[in-house]
Write a new protein. Sequence first.
Length: 69
Amino acid sequence: MHIMKVKGSGNIPNYIQFRDDNFALLSYFKASTYVKALAKDNLQEYTEDIALIIENMQYGELYYIKNKN
């Protein structure tokens, strides 16, 4: 799974994208509400990993998260 942080501008907030290994969009949500979004998309097992990545990642960079299954 891949994660990317997208910078908003003006009234548009920052977003987080999750994409599978084929880069198909799995989830797209506001960076400020990622905990709720992960629970909604049944990805709560990644909450700790995502929190660390979101805090430290640059906008537009792509990170790979190994599936826990």
